[in-house]
Design a protein around this ligand. Structure first.
Ligand SMILES: [Zn+2]
Ligand SMILES: [Zn+2]
Length: 361
């Protein structure tokens, strides 16, 4: 009662001094900082990837300063065997050519062994943090793949029930939990429509089969995130269940309300990572959900034949699923842009580059 009286009596004074305080702040002081797209991007390790554009047209025999950084990228995604990073040279040698050949096969690119513009455009495209399978590329299978040993979830019931939950600690505050719930519900339902697996929200995070969280940087699993763009998310093979999203991304549930040029569609990434949770690795089929990269402000949520065949080979088919429903596939290839265009715009309007970056070849 006393506090109420005290506050009530001093309300005019309170507002007066509050107003004085606000007026004393620097002009334009916002309640929440509005991210400037350029600042947003330059303050990230993603710059390292963007600098790879200087290697366009390099081929075996070239020696370009800084190429060792690109070799680290190839090592990071499984194309060069792990060796101490200091041992990488700036020379485009036989070993690196083989890595480029494998990368091009795995990503469905023209297999030239050179760092042509399409290849470099693909390299700098934001992508999933899970490594690609270099060994598979040697056999040039042009479709879905699994993790080594083909692990899958095993449960006694049919349909199988898997529970999922969101970390109570590792969250983002600018999306509502109900929006996030809806996104994941839709993403899980796409997979459960084709296989006899049901996904249900769990009450308890710690006992859930699939544990989802938004993490910053090094978060203790040996797969650190890298800030805005670059690596977007990763999820582990069965039956690990860990599903991690880079908290530094501007995650979007609706591009109409989220205007950031570096916004990433949460539903598209969720659908892709659920594929990993189920046991699918990356595919070279550019239209498929399990293709490793995704451009900002792009939605790619519909499972394609390659995704469906891959996951059904692991779990069988949902009895209600009909292949005819997949026949209407979108074959949008208009995202492709040549690197010459990118170089022309560099660096002033390079935010636009990211928008235009291809998902694929
Ligand atoms: Zn992936
Ligand atoms: Zn992680």
């Amino acid at each position: 009662m006393f506090l109420f009286f005290f506050y009530d009596s001093f309300t005019p004074l309170f507002f007066f001094f509050s107003l004085l305080f606000l007026l004393s702040l620097p002009p334009g002081f916002p309640a929440r900082p509005i991210p400037d797209p350029v600042t947003e991007l330059t303050a990230t390790q993603y710059d390292t990837w963007l600098n790879f554009t200087r290697f366009v047209d390099s081929s075996k025999g070239c020696h370009v300063t800084g190429m060792s950084e690109l070799k680290k990228y190839f090592q990071r995604f499984g194309y060069l065997d792990p060796i101490p990073e200091t041992n990488f040279t700036d020379s485009f040698d036989d070993r690196f050519e083989n890595a480029v050949l494998s990368y091009q096969k795995n990503l469905g690119l023209a297999v030239t062994g050179k760092l042509d513009s399409d290849t470099v455009t693909q390299i700098i495209s934001p992508r999933c943090g899970i490594s690609d399978d270099k060994s598979r590329a040697l056999h040039v299978t042009r479709h879905y793949a699994y993790f080594e040993g083909e692990p899958r979830w095993v449960r006694p019931s049919t349909p199988m029930n898997l529970s999922y939950a969101f970390s109570p600690d590792y969250t983002i505050d600018y999306l509502s939990q109900s929006d996030i719930d809806s996104v994941f519900q839709r993403a899980f339902s796409r997979w459960s429509a084709v296989i006899p697996v049901n996904f249900t929200p769990a009450e308890d995070y710690w006992t859930a089969d699939i544990k989802i969280g938004f993490y910053h940087g090094d978060h203790g699993d040996g797969e650190p995130f890298d800030g805005v763009l670059g690596i977007l998310a990763h999820a582990f093979s069965p039956e690990n269940g860990k599903f991690h999203l880079d908290a530094a991304e501007t995650w979007a549930v609706d591009f109409g309300s989220q205007k950031s040029k570096v916004a990433v569609d949460l539903e598209s990434v969720a659908t892709h990572e659920i594929g990993h949770v189920l046991g699918l690795a990356h595919t070279p089929v550019k239209e498929a959900v399990m293709y490793p990269s995704l451009s900002p402000r792009t939605k790619k949520v519909d499972l394609k034949l390659d995704d469906v065949e891959g996951v059904q080979a692991l779990y069988g088919s949902n009895p209600n699923f009909k292949f005819s429903s997949l026949l209407e596939s979108d074959t949008s290839s208009s995202w492709a842009v040549r690197l010459e265009t990118i170089s022309y715009m560099w660096p002033t309007y390079w935010v636009t580059i990211v928008l235009a970056l291809t998902l694929c070849v």
